[in-house]
Design a protein around this ligand. Structure first.
Ligand code: COA
Length: 318
């Protein structure tokens, strides 16, 4: 199906591998198109709850955008090129499912930006990070100027982007660019352990957490907290929450309910219109949240609203 990437799905984890090892997995147009296709499918695939993204071989995660293709750009096509790449990386960041980058070597230019679009980054000891675009007379164009500064701070981002210097995995860890550094041989196993840990949690909470934390890049504290409160409220209406808290207090393992919530899938998570709608709601039905086996909609009881005698049924559009 794909020529430049490999997609393998097992035990609710999709592993996406960029597969151009002879070009150090440089992202050419085809690889970007295939990544977009693959992530669109994964977004809607209810059998996948976590993604691991890596590069083929032991030398490179992605050594950047394909420089050969860059040479064809002019002012107009360069802008389109940047916007197209940004759209693919935005799709990854807003997938609604956690994406773990297993950075197995060079992550330069578009490769570093690709890792930045993921939610968690684990690096092998030989990994190297850098934004060498200025060496080519350009700037990072796939979101790097924005995401790098947000992740490691403006000063460090400026240094990396203005000098084009590469940093090793330990330095990337020190400045908060990666979450963990492990030997190359343990990289995929470590990424899988992280993925499994996420899978063992209530998936509704995982997806709400992704949404809320992603919003920090887009909103002010007041609006971000409004969204947080609404999502927190939705979590409190779930069996997942009831069982999780009850099990803790009764000092026993959680029952399968927590795992069952994996079966709820959500799509089209948008902005916090729910805050207003919830004011008059007794119950709310999340429109795109359905039980995978029964197809039944997930209904969240808003007991506080019920107690207040509010009857209107509302639909959350988050
Ligand atoms: N675009 C296109 N081809 C690339 C590439 C890129 N970003 N990065 C590496 N390649 C290709 C090389 O051209 C070479 O192809 P060839 O065998 O057909 O000549 C192959 O991958 C191996 O790369 P090579 O440079 O020989 O490996 P190296 O170990 O000597 O150096 C790097 C590794 C990563 C330091 C070096 O390849 C490099 O600097 N790449 C470009 C990084 C960059 O500027 N990225 C940002 C682009 S915006």
């Amino acid at each position: 199906m794909y020529n430049t990437i490999i997609v393998e799905i097992a035990r609710r984890i999709a592993c996406v591998t960029i597969n151009r090892p002879d070009k150090l997995n440089a992202l050419n147009a085809q690889a970007k198109t295939e990544l977009k296709q693959a992530f669109e499918i994964i977004k809607n695939d209810s059998s996948v709850d976590v993604v691991i993204l890596t590069g083929s071989g032991e030398k490179a995660f992605v050594a950047g955008t394909d420089i050969k293709e860059l040479t064809e750009l002019d002012t107009e096509s360069g802008k389109d090129f940047s916007e197209d790449g940004q759209a693919v990386f935005n799709l990854i960041e807003n997938l609604g499912k956690p994406v773990v980058a297993a950075v197995n070597g060079y992550a330069l230019g578009g490769g570093a930006e690709l890792a930045l679009a993921c939610h968690i980054r684990i690096a092998s000891e030989n990994a190297k990070f850098g934004q060498p675009e200025v060496n080519l007379g350009i700037i990072p164009g796939y979101g790097g100027t924005q995401r790098l500064a947000r992740l490691v701070g403006k000063g460090r981002a400026m240094e990396l982007i203005l000098t084009g210097d590469q940093i090793d995995a330990q330095e990337a860890y020190r400045i908060g660019l990666v979450n963990k550094v492990v030997p190359q041989a343990e990289l995929m196993k470590t990424a899988e352990v992280v993925a499994q840990k996420i899978l063992s949690k209530g998936q509704l909470a995982i997806r709400f957490a992704l949404k809320a934390v992603n919003m920090t890049a887009e909103t002010n504290l007041t609006d971000g907290q409004a969204l947080e409160a609404s999502l927190f409220g939705l979590c409190c209406g779930t069996e997942d929450f009831k069982e999780g808290t009850k099990a803790f207090l009764e000092k026993r393992p959680k029952s399968a309910i927590l795992k069952n919530l994996q079966h709820f899938q959500m799509q089209n998570i948008k902005t916090p219109a729910c805050v207003v709608q919830a004011e008059n709601a007794q119950h709310t039905t999340y429109p795109d949240t359905r039980h995978r086996d029964t197809g039944k909609r997930a209904t969240f009881n808003l007991s506080r609203r019920k107690a207040a005698g509010l009857k209107k049924r509302a639909t959350y559009n988050i």
